[in-house]
Design a protein around this ligand. Structure first.
Ligand code: GDP
Length: 529
């Protein structure tokens, strides 16, 4: 019984946003509510500042911070809340995509003035594909921004969501007076003209009550009544089932910096957000309440100290409990492993714990056994699905610049790829190695880390590849597939798992190939089975 109760208390989620929308600020305010930190400024932003592209110190600093903020856990209203960090910088988007395989829901932060931005669109699309329940938080209401209804339209159209506002702003920017909480049916007002504190929360389930005019002024009262009428008329009622299926997204308004609207968001979140969800393995669906432990690696973090090449593998516990010093099966290697010092996370600290439950994240010290996507179980041979690689955007040959260090280079490349820093492709024709990344910044990170952690030197050579397409022939013995392989020989490579990949030089070439070889299917994600 204890197991089920513990699991039911857990809420594991990620906050996603375009950089600067206020993810770090919101995270910090959530932690303050949980009493996990005492002061503002304790949560470090893990973004790379503009112009820091060639600043290796910045990259190193970034790595340090992202260990610290990988998981931030706290208790609130007897719920154990795990926030998984998702880098906003687009060069680290893959890291974020993978982290999204370990969350049970997300909060999307949008800047009221900027509206829906590029990175938000991409991340929300990934969540939508997986039907992850989402709550939208429109931030920075203390500033002038877009009209609330226009923003709701924009969210619906650009993000392809169906929204329902659970709070509504009273004024904005200079005139921002507070928020009507549709969910709890009350009004939260700022105190005087300082926008720092909530003066009072007034229960108000009937906005036609003339007292409203006295409290917020005639004009604001009139506007609010009209706005709410429209809200009730135009938007569907909130329905938790639909939210949990990913079919309806509640929207909150507020200002993270001023801690306004954050408690409302958090209170609603703990009420409605899903408890740990069942997860598909290739073999079967695994329920979190199963007694036997299972989990998967969604992130690997290299140690900051180059002298110790151990790494921290982050495991999302899917079912049961993970216990210290207990042997678990590493399914891919078919090997039992024991962990004497598993790390759990609390606020911005990590500590060794004896037991963790489904929904939690544990950090395991690893000397090179783990790859992203690996499954650990109590004994059953399960393989969890869903840590896909997307096609990289940049491709370069990697060359060895120090012939004496060929082994070190190979080892370094292999381990960095296991960490998911980038993707490795080996050309079929001549075995040359190609590194594919989401952003150009990764090449510098790789070069720097190969040198400092493995003592190897590399150079790069540009390669005019547009996209990597994973190849799946309908019939591997068909003449069509044989011809495809012959004609495209120069463009074929294997990925790290040995899957066949077609490196297309343009979107036109992808189109032509699809037309010419209709029975050779091209996939843009590595996990297509
Ligand atoms: P992130 O990149 O999404 O993590 O964004 P940050 O939390 O670092 O915020 C980016 C900037 O916006 C910082 O300067 C914050 O102080 C500021 N900011 C965050 N929330 C608010 C808000 O509610 N109002 C205003 N005016 N500024 C905010």
């Amino acid at each position: 019984m204890r197991l089920e109760e513990e699991i039911k208390r857990r809420r594991t989620f990620g906050i996603i946003s375009h950089p600067d929308a206020g993810k770090t600020t919101l995270t910090e305010k959530l932690l303050l509510f949980g009493g996990a930190i005492q002061e503002a400024g304790a949560v470090k932003s893990n973004k790379i500042k503009k112009g820091a592209t060639s600043d290796f110190m910045e990259i190193e600093r970034q790595r340090g911070i992202s260990v610290a903020t990988s998981v931030l856990a706290f208790n609130y209203q007897n719920k154990k809340i795990n926030i998984l960090d998702t880098p906003g910088h687009k060069d680290f988007a893959e890291d974020t995509f993978r982290t999204l395989t370990a969350v049970d829901s997300v909060i999307v932060v949008i800047d009221v003035a900027k509206g829906v931005e590029e990175q938000t669109e991409k991340l929300v699309e990934v969540c939508r594909m997986r039907n992850i329940p989402m709550i939208v938080f429109i931030n920075k209401l203390d500033r002038e921004g877009k009209d609330a209804f226009d923003l709701l339209d924009e969210v619906e159209q650009k993000l392809n969501l169906k929204v329902t506002p659970l709070s509504f702003p009273i004024g904005m920017g200079y005139d921002f007076k507070g928020i009507y909480n549709v969910w709890e049916k009350n009004i939260n007002l700022f105190s005087g003209d300082s926008k720092k504190n909530i003066e009072e929360t007034i229960a108000f389930d009937d906005v036609t009550n003339p007292d409203l005019d006295k409290i917020i002024g005639e004009k604001s009262a009139k506007d609010l009544r009209e706005n709410l009428e429209l809200v009730y008329e135009v938007y569907p009622d909130f329905n938790r089932e639909e939210y949990l299926k990913g079919d309806l997204q509640p929207v909150f308004f507020g200002s993270a910096l001023n801690n306004f609207g954050v408690r409302e968001l958090l209170d609603c979140f703990v009420d409605i957000a899903p408890t740990p969800l069942p997860k598909k393995a290739e073999e079967r669906l695994v329920d979190p309440n199963e007694k036997e432990f299972s989990g998967f690696v969604f992130k690997i973090h290299a140690n900051m100290d180059p002298k110790h090449r151990d790494r921290l593998a982050f495991i999302k516990i899917v079912s049961g409990t993970f216990e210290r010093n207990t042997p678990y099966l590493h399914v891919r290697n078919n090997k039992k492993l024991k962990f004497s010092s598993p790390n759990a996370f609390f606020a911005e600290k990590k500590e060794i714990v004896d037991i963790s439950y489904a929904g939690d994240i544990v950090g395991l010290h690893d000397t090179g056994n783990f790859k992203i996507g690996d499954t650990l179980t109590q004994g059953e041979a399960l393989n969890f699905k869903g840590v896909p690689s997307f096609s990289p955007e940049h491709f370069r040959y990697i060359n060895n610049a120090d012939p004496m260090k060929a082994k070190q280079l190979d080892k370094g490349i292999s381990q960095l790829m296991d960490e998911g820093v980038a993707q490795l492709f080996t050309l079929e024709m001549n075995n040359r190695k190609i590194i594919g990344t989401v952003g150009a910044l990764q090449y510098e990170v790789i070069q720097y880390r190969l040198e400092h952690e493995y003592g190897a030197k590399c150079t790069y050579e540009n390669l005019p590849v547009h996209k990597a397409c994973w190849v799946e022939p309908k019939d591997a013995n068909s003449e069509e597939f044989k011809e495809f392989k012959r004609v495209k020989q120069k463009f074929l490579a294997k990925d790290k798992q040995g899957q066949l990949v077609f490196l297309a030089d343009s979107s036109f070439s992808i189109q032509m190939t699809q037309q010419k070889y209709p029975n050779v299917i091209l996939h843009f994600v590595s996990e297509y089975k």
